[in-house]
Design a protein around this ligand. Structure first.
Ligand SMILES: C[S@@+](CC[C@H](N)C(=O)[O-])C[C@H]1O[C@@H](n2cnc3c(N)ncnc32)[C@H](O)[C@@H]1O
Length: 235
């Protein structure tokens, strides 16, 4: 599905809270003790409150914003791929920064409400047919920045969750290796744990510099960190 590619600096923003930021009570679900705990934490989360106030679809936007404010990875005119884009907070934040000559292609296994100026593919990034659709849109070696915030639903089984995230991160690295321009960058979500060191080593082999970023909006108890890899070497 390709969304409207019209560009507007405020595209995709809404004054009303996005459904992804609505609470279980607001969507009429019955609360279990664990959902009540989740709700209390969610409601008191300053990033959730700020996302609602600013019309962003997810609190995740503040992770990208912190990286951008420090590292300036998004620039006008860039071609950017956003993997694991739904509900669209990163797209909302990134699109205006790319300007009218920039391009943003987003992909998620879940549907996403359109963000103006963003091409969206709905599909599982692990499926060859979905990858082909993405490749057809971006072309060879033409991407400046690959963003990946992909994460499977957390099952609570640590080993399975770790493996799931690292598998998606490996696929994102493979995609970046084939589609980034020389000198391009990648920001990818990973979990610290099994396979982290091997993954970091693989990323270091493909990029001149790699930094580990833990934005403030990433919950301290979460093993989630982001690798910021810059200056892609075309091997
Ligand atoms: C943390 S959310 C992304 C939030 C997003 N960055 C934002 O700002 O709104 C992770 C996303 O990864 C997506 N995802 C998980 N597995 C995927 C897969 N195999 N292919 C594509 N997307 C996937 C999920 O559907 C989910 O929307």
């Amino acid at each position: 599905m390709l969304a409207d590619r019209g560009f507007s600096p405020h595209s995709g923003r809404s004054e009303r809270p996005h459904p992804s930021l609505l609470t279980p009570s607001a969507v009429g679900k019955k609360r279990t003790p664990s959902s009540a705990r989740w709700l209390a934490e969610h409601e008191s989360d300053p990033y959730v409150q700020q996302a609602r106030k600013l019309g962003y679809r997810s609190r995740a936007v503040f992770k990208l914003r912190e990286v951008q404010e420090r590292d300036h990875i998004l620039k006008p005119g860039m071609t950017v791929v956003d993997l694991g884009a739904a509900p669209g907070g990163w797209c909302q934040y990134a699109r205006p920064l790319l300007g009218p000559s920039g391009r943003l292609v987003a992909l998620d296994i879940l549907p996403m409400e359109p963000v103006a100026g963003v091409d969206f593919i709905c599909g599982d990034f692990r499926e060859p047919e979905v990858l082909q659709r993405l490749e057809a849109l971006v072309g060879e070696g033409a991407v400046d920045l690959v963003l990946s915030d992909m994460a499977p639903n957390i099952s609570g089984i640590a080993a399975a969750d770790q493996a799931g995230v690292m598998c998606l991160a490996e696929l994102a690295l493979d995609f970046a290796g084939r589609h980034l321009r020389k000198g391009g960058s990648m920001l990818v979500k990973v979990f610290q744990g099994d396979e982290f060191d091997a993954y970091l080593k693989a990323v270091r082999g493909c990029f001149e510099t790699v930094h580990v970023r833990k934005p403030k909006a990433s919950r301290p108890r979460s093993r989630e960190v982001y690798l910021l890899a810059r200056n892609h070497r075309v091997l």
